[in-house]
Design a protein around this ligand. Sequence first.
Ligand SMILES: [Zn+2]
Length: 113
Amino acid sequence: MHEYGITESLLQIVEDRAREAGVTKVATIRVVVGALTGFVPDCIQFYYETMSKNTIAEGARLEFEELPVRLRCRVCSEVFIPADREWTCPVCGSSEADIEGGRELYIKEMEVS
Ligand SMILES: [Zn+2]
């Protein structure tokens, strides 16, 4: 259910940006969602449709770009995408890695009409 709050924030950003740019209609919103955020695009979509009613962003299409988890090996600094729960470096075999990416959540682009 935490998608509710995030959708509200996204919509707020879209409205602010559209207003700043003097836009009256938003056509497409491209959202980047990292795998570690746990956000489900379908849920965001669902809330979005309800919340965007009577706003500048009503009827806009949401497009999601899902980013995988990326790890950086602590031993050899290799950045890799782990397979499921095997967080093992493909280069040196170390299982000590730091999270490099996957927590992203932001609006990448907006198309207006
Ligand atoms: Zn390594």
